[in-house]
Write a protein that binds this ligand. Structure first.
Ligand code: FAD
Ligand code: NAP
Length: 314
């Protein structure tokens, strides 16, 4: 088994861009390990309007579709597998795959992103996939001309509420405060959309239903008053948790330095505290959490890796 010049873990915007720049920059033996379809979390977005040069109505899936093909053209190999751990002995990294096999590499670029967080109300887990969802593009159509609830007050919740308002007869936007985290122009669009009702200073108490799925949700406001909203669909967009599990070692410590939020500490070259290990995209400290910045991180890390591998082997 040959040792990879670089192992890329994660095939979102960060990992794919790292794949493009490492291979196009001359590294011949690079594999990207991605557990699902390449593209990352943006593929669940119904609309992207802030990626430079992209105009018109395009989905996240539309945006990401050509990226893997572009990388393959320069020789990036792709393996669809869940990585469970990355370890390092002397100068060699070992990538541990879910099937028990391993792959060694001289360098690693990790970009495993983040995953949607659960809001934590009663019934959320029980009805997840049966009326509770975190993906409007995937599940919105099931509620065509029906009423739905959206929970959250960030960019994702507001943008997905706007998307759902085009499909559904009414969207109740439940947010725990009376101001939003989202971009001001998005807040303005929400306020001017007739079939969106703001339910502010309120949190979900319980989602309930029957064998067929969700039939309603109880929300509680700051005064302790309960409102019962009859809906067949509840969408939660309450933030994300960093996917850092592959950095956890057998003794429970992290391979490299992290902060308290579980984000990887990097310098402006995406270098971690471990030589040859670079962290990119949403999982690194102070990430702007944008497609464009994740792609930028991937390019920065790839250029570093090319020099690192060159110095290591020559
Ligand atoms: P991700 O996109 O999360 O990709 C990580 C990849 O790693 C995934 O494909 C995952 O399957 C893979 N992976 C994870 N763990 C493992 C493992 N153990 N083994 C193998 N593979 C693994 N940004 C914008 O700029 N504009 C927008 O309009 C916008 N809209 C958004 C809408 C939604 C609904 C969401 C959820 C996000 C949106 N974002 C938007 C944010 C943007 O999607 C992220 O900032 C960006 O995708 C981060 O890229 P990444 O490569 O760091 O991680
Ligand atoms: P976010 O910004 O962390 O917002 C999460 C929202 O959910 C907040 O409003 C939060 O309320 C609320 N919340 C958290 N836990 C909750 C709970 N248990 N119950 C009820 N509400 C809860 O997450 P996000 O909207 O997914 O965005 C993540 C990142 O991606 C952000 O940096 C965002 O800017 C970026 N993003 C960008 C775009 C874009 O550029 N167009 C689109 C989507 C996402 P509080 O406000 O009270 O904390």
């Amino acid at each position: 088994m040959s040792i990879l010049d670089c192992a890329i873990i994660g095939g979102g915007p960060a990992g794919l861009t790292a794949g493009l720049y490492t291979t196009r920059g001359g590294l011949e033996n690079v594999t990207m390990f991605e557990k699902g379809m390449p593209g990352g979390q943006i593929t669940s977005s119904s609309e992207i309007e802030n990626y430079p040069g992209v105009t018109g109505d395009i989905t996240g899936m539309d945006l990401m579709m050509p990226w893997p093909e572009q990388c393959q053209k320069f020789g990036l190999k792709h393996e669809m597998v869940n990585i469970i751990r990355i370890s390092k002995n002397d100068d060699i990294f070992t990538i541990h795959k879910e099937d028990g096999s391993t792959q060694d590499a001289h360098s690693v670029i990790i970009g495993t992103g983040s995953s949607p967080r659960r809001a934590g109300f009663a019934g959320e887990d029980e009805f997840f996939g049966r009326g509770v969802s975190s993906c409007a593009t995937c599940d919105g159509f099931f509620y065509k001309n029906k009423e739905v609830v959206v929970v959250g007050g960030g960019d994702t919740a507001l943008e997905e509420a706007l998307y759902l308002a085009k499909i559904c007869s009414k969207v109740y936007l439940v947010h725990r405060r009376d101001t939003f985290r989202s971009a001001p122009n998005t807040v303005e669009r929400i306020k001017h959309t007739e079939n969106i009702e703001l339910v502010l200073n309120s949190v979900p108490d319980e989602v309930y239903g029957d064998k067929m799925g969700v039939t309603g949700i109880k929300v509680e406001n700051n005064n302790g008053e309960i409102r019962d909203i009859s809906v067949p669909g509840v969408f939660t967009f309450v933030g994300n948790d960093v996917n850092n599990q592959t950095l956890i070692q057998e003794d429970g410590t992290f391979l490299c330095d992290m902060n308290k939020q579980g984000q990887v500490l990097v310098n402006i070259s995406m270098k971690t505290s471990v030589a040859g290990l670079y962290a990119t995209g949403d999982m690194r400290v102070e990430a702007p959490k944008q497609v464009v910045s994740a792609a930028g991180d991937g390019a920065v890390a790839a250029l570093q890796v090319i020099s690192y591998v060159d110095e290591l082997l020559n």
